[in-house]
Design a protein around this ligand. Structure first.
Ligand SMILES: [Zn+2]
Ligand SMILES: [Zn+2]
Length: 613
């Protein structure tokens, strides 16, 4: 019995019907089991059971065989409607206590007068349908049992624990195979799984939940991303600043984050100290500090620290800034849900006339970053104000004119960019419209990575001003932007995107040097030393394994450039190079290898050999 929408499309009916076929097969394999719910889901269906004897994934082949047999029998799905008393008697006959409970509820709470049953072959289920006409219509090669899990009856932990069997089901074998491949790929690329093999970070309980420690390999990824963003920002005229990770709570009262945002912040720090007054007496001073949940207020204070004239604008203040936000411990996961993170932040203070140009420059920066990372499948989502929103006044700053101006400039910038975008009403930030970049990941998920927001309200609220050409004071607009997101999110993302096999410029170890025997160790170490002089992350393999084992280890570590040296290489001043993803190797002069390698690093080339260009 399932919760039904009356969706009558073919795939829905197939999944529905297969759930009955699975239940029939389970009852044959485990007689005396009873049934819970068995609905279709996004990529197939599941069915819940109280089993007379446990089932594991080892039983899947037997179950699938039975299901295929049932399909071959061409059992007809026959619908029957019974008045409520007869229906309950029927369910008692079936010996299904959970179905009985649900039927009772449908009758009492929903006021149903009759209940629907479907019979196919010997199997009877209380269910609304819809189904296919005969099991023979079910595409045989297009379903596959996926996993076994525990699930409480009706999702309530006070209820009995049932066994849930999940299955994939599609209309064709090709669709099923493509889906299973994408699913396995997603699992293989999961950043937490790759982290166990490649050591990017650890979460240590004595440090605190959601506060990852970055290991050397992960730190390289952060550093390289940061270095790249700093270069892009430098070219676009940003100034870097450095600000502390905490501030007095007073600041957040001023910005309006407190008291409302307090639930997303760490508990405050109380500072007490005795200070000497001018009269030479002592008095106790108490101050309350907060770990910052965002960098903006600090940057606004930098803006306010000096007199600003229109000639100083646009002023672009950049900082990879560490922030802390409280998240429920249950929600924490790997690098994606954390309590501390470091943001590729900047605030651009500008005049109204400068908005379009500045906005466009940020869009171009995002475009360039994505091109460098080989990200192709993305679009921009432009979130605007909804003047009709019933909660409008709490949700948005109440300034229709400023909304109109901001949105006009942003729309103009988007149109000039020529980049694909969709406009979504009612999803703006509190202080202004924003643009998020929606990225399709390698595994088909859609994620928001970069963001670019216009703020017309906060500079006003904080009294930030510049002196205009007219010699009076004006409030600047502020653009908040984070093209490379946070280190945590971006690194998790690129680990999955590259599957841990990074292009040379990003790879934690860029080159590993192996020797065929210890006799060539000195030459091997010379090669390493020479590359390291050029800041290449080259290492010498110290192990005493066989050559085959050394190469396999380098491949497991997904090191992009493996160099082998022996007698011939030592005599000729050459190296034998194997690139990740290729079985070919070539012997070239050390000079030529170094030139080519440094060029690939300098241009941040997507240089994996198996890379589709
Ligand atoms: Zn059904
Ligand atoms: Zn900001």
């Amino acid at each position: 019995m399932e919760d039904h929408d009356k969706d009558d499309d073919r795939l829905h009916r197939i999944r529905h019907s297969l759930a009955h076929v699975l239940a029939q097969a389970v009852l044959e394999l485990r007689p005396g089991s009873t049934l819970g719910f068995g609905p279709p889901i996004d990529d197939g269906f599941y069915y819940d059971f109280i089993l007379s004897e446990p089932l594991t994934e080892d039983d899947f082949p037997a179950l699938e065989k039975k299901m295929k047999h049932i399909i071959k029998l061409g059992q007809k799905f026959e619908r029957e409607e019974l008045p409520k008393a007869d229906a309950l008697a029927r369910i008692d006959e079936m010996g299904e206590p959970y179905k009985r409970e649900y039927a009772q509820e449908l009758i009492e709470k929903k006021g149903l007068d009759q209940l629907t049953f479907y019979r196919n072959g010997p199997f009877l289920d209380m269910c609304d349908g819809p189904h296919v006409d005969s099991t023979r219509e079910l595409p045989k090669g297009a379903f596959k049992l996926r996993s076994v899990a525990g699930a409480y009856w009706r999702g309530d932990s006070d209820n009995a624990m049932m066994t849930r069997i999940y299955a994939w089901a599609f209309e064709s074998k090709e669709q099923l195979e493509a889906h299973v491949k994408a699913y396995k790929d997603a699992i293989a690329r999961d950043h937490k799984k790759l982290n166990r093999e490649l050591d990017y970070f650890v979460v240590d309980d004595i440090i605190g939940k959601g506060l990852p420690l970055w290991l050397p390999n992960g730190t390289v990824l952060r550093d390289e991303l940061e270095k790249y963003m700093r270069e892009l920002e430098f070219h676009d005229g940003y100034d870097r600043v450095a600000t502390p990770q905490l501030a007095k709570t007073e600041l957040y009262h001023q910005t309006g984050h407190l008291p409302l945002y307090a639930e997303h912040m760490y508990p405050f720090l109380e500072l007490k100290e005795k200070v000497e007054t001018e009269e030479g007496t002592h008095e106790e001073v108490r101050e309350t500090y907060a770990l910052r949940p965002m960098n903006c207020p600090h940057h606004h204070r930098v803006f306010a620290a000096q007199l600003r004239s229109y000639r100083d604008l646009p002023l672009r203040l950049a900082e990879y800034g560490q922030v802390y936000r409280y998240e429920d411990s249950g929600a924490l996961s790997g690098l994606l849900r954390v309590r501390g993170f470091c943001m590729n932040d900047a605030h651009i203070y500008c005049t109204e006339e400068q908005i379009e140009t500045e906005f466009l420059k940020v869009m171009r920066m995002i475009e360039q970053l994505y091109e460098t990372l080989g990200l192709k499948d993305y679009y921009f989502r432009f979130s605007t104000w909804d003047p009709e929103d019933p909660k409008g006044k709490q949700k948005y700053v109440d300034n229709p004119e400023a909304w109109a101006t901001s949105e006009r400039h942003m729309r103009a910038a988007m149109e000039k960019s020529g980049l694909p975008f969709v406009e979504v009403k009612g999803e703006a930030a509190f202080y202004g419209p924003k643009i998020d970049v929606q990225l399709k990941t390698v595994t088909g998920r859609e994620e928001t990575v970069s963001t670019n927001q216009l703020d017309f309200a906060v500079p006003q609220r904080l009294g930030l001003v510049y002196r205009g050409a007219d010699n009076t004071e004006h409030h600047p607009f502020c653009i908040h932007r984070a093209p490379a997101s946070t280190h945590e999110r971006m690194v998790a993302f690129i680990i999955e995107h590259f599957g841990g096999a990074f292009p040379t410029w990003l790879a934690p170890t860029q080159v590993i040097v192996l020797t065929v025997s210890d006799a060539f160790r000195e030459y091997g170490e010379q090669v390493v030393a020479r590359l390291r002089k050029h800041f290449v992350r080259a290492v010498f393999d110290q192990s005493s394994e066989t050559m085959g084992k050394k190469i396999r280890n380098a491949v497991t570590q997904k090191i992009p450039n493996v160099i082998v040296v022996g007698e011939r290489e030592q005599e000729d001043g050459t190296v034998t190079v194997r690139r990740y993803g290729s079985r070919d190797q070539a012997t070239v002069s050390l000079d030529a290898f170094e030139r080519d390698l440094l060029e690939r690093i300098r241009t941040r080339a997507l240089d994996r050999v198996d890379w589709e260009s």
